[in-house]
Write a protein that binds this ligand. Structure first.
Ligand code: PLP
Length: 403
């Protein structure tokens, strides 16, 4: 026999992936230009030139058996050093290469961190709406996911968090800039969260960790993302280059354990142990080096910003309700009927592929990933208008009596 819960996990279809597959099939049927696929967060802007240049340089200068060989499990020393130096310089936060663990992207960073921290009976608090895979990583590590709501603008609801965080809490997972809302958690909120976690840690008698999931850190529009380690000691940063350098398919990121953690070295050892247990021998060797040379570089965020502005302006003028995202590349739009799944199905009839919010832990919204070509954005606008008018006709038919 085999593990039935793994079978279920494999068979259970990710709504996002399912929609993405549907989109690919539909594109074959009616032409790619006629399908408005807003389903997946696959960066549409190319990696900055430094990435391609560094790949070529490495291929030309490093012997292949070295370039493609194993690195240390925690990562190539040069890559760990470079990440540590970057964090110190960019954020003015203390860091050590000995606390950096190179990973296969944020998913691996999160799965490893959850496994490194989780003991029997532990709870991990997430803030809705949240990235659906958190549940898989936390439950996979043997923990329980506890969902706290955000406030009406998708920012922190400290009161709700203070109820959700208990003596059973091992960590709070914070994702800013946020998928799916684009909200960026500001300094004041972060300070309040840090105060809450300090108080709760004291009551618990041991530290509660803050897991900062930050694949969108650099994708912001006129705002800065405060660096959580500067506000809360027990922070573990789960970073990825998937979005900032448009390298989602290359699987590269890192975990950084704050040197201010009470047991930083032991936590780091647990990270290494969890990576080992989960079978991550080392992160991709070529891309460890490429990313080390590209720290601080970002794909052209201006293109996402323009997509955001075009869509946001058009949708709100049409009558849709949404909050202008401060970061990431997602718009979270209120569905035009209470059932977001039914709304997304109706949107499909207009070739609009939108992700219903249920899988993010809230009802009544759809997520639009606007990391798509400008042409797709522009061509989709009439479809959004038609969809809106289907629900709220611009000129409702007059009754017989009024004619
Ligand atoms: N965390 C969030 C909030 C995400 O949106 C994603 C991917 O979309 C991930 C983690 C996983 O990123 P990666 O592709 O680096 O594994």
């Amino acid at each position: 026999m085999f593990n039935k819960s793994m079978q279920r996990l494999g068979e259970e279809r990710s709504v996002i992936r399912e929609l993405f597959e549907y989109g690919n099939a539909r594109k074959k049927e009616i032409g790619a230009e006629n399908v408005f696929d807003f389903s997946i967060g696959n960066p549409s802007v190319p990696a900055p030139a430094c990435v391609q240049n560094e790949i070529k340089r490495l291929i030309d200068t490093v012997p292949p058996e070295v370039l493609h060989g194993y690195t240390s499990a925690a990562g190539a020393p040069e890559a760990r050093e470079a990440v540590s130096a970057y964090i110190q310089k960019e954020f003015g936060a203390p860091m050590s290469a000995n606390l950096i663990y190179m990973t296969c992207g944020a998913s691996a960073s999160l799965a490893i961190t959850a496994a490194a921290l989780c003991e029997e009976g532990d709870e991990f608090v997430v803030i809705a709406p949240f990235f659906p895979e958190y549940r898989i990583f936390v439950e996979g590590a043997g923990g329980t996911l506890v969902v706290a709501p955000s406030d009406s603008r998708f920012h922190l609801d400290i009161e709700a968090l203070s109820h959700a965080v208990t003596k059973h809490t091992k960590a709070v997972i914070l994702n800013s800039p946020n998928n799916p809302t684009g909200a960026v958690i500001g300094e004041e909120e972060l300070k309040q969260l840090a105060l809450l976690l300090e108080k709760k840690s004291e009551e618990k008698g041991e530290p509660i960790f803050l897991i900062a999931d930050e694949p969108y850190r650099e994708l912001v529009y006129g705002t800065k993302v405060p660096f959580p380690m500067k506000y809360y000691n027990e922070t573990i940063l789960c970073y990825s280059f998937s979005k900032s350098l448009s390298l989602a398919g290359e699987r590269i990121g890192y975990i950084a354990v704050s040197p201010a953690c009470k047991s930083a070295e032991e936590v780091f050892a647990a990270v290494c142990g969890a990576g080992r247990k989960l079978g991550y021998v080392c992160a991709p060797a070529l891309f460890q080096r490429v990313c080390a040379a590209s720290l601080g570089k970002v794909s052209d965020v201006g293109q996402y910003r323009e997509n955001r502005d075009i869509l946001y302006d058009f949708l709100t003028e049409t009558g849709y309700e949404c909050i202008s995202p401060e970061g990431a590349f997602y718009l979270f739009v209120r569905a035009l009927e209470p059932d977001a799944v039914a709304f997304a199905e109706r949107a499909k009839k207009h070739e609009l592929l939108l992700v219903p919010s249920n899988s993010f832990g809230v009802t009544g919204y759809v997520r639009i990933s606007y990391c798509v070509s400008r042409t797709t954005i522009l061509r989709s606008l009439p479809a959004f208008k038609e969809l809106f008018e289907e629900y709220r006709p611009a000129h409702p038919e007059r009754s017989e009596g009024s004619r």
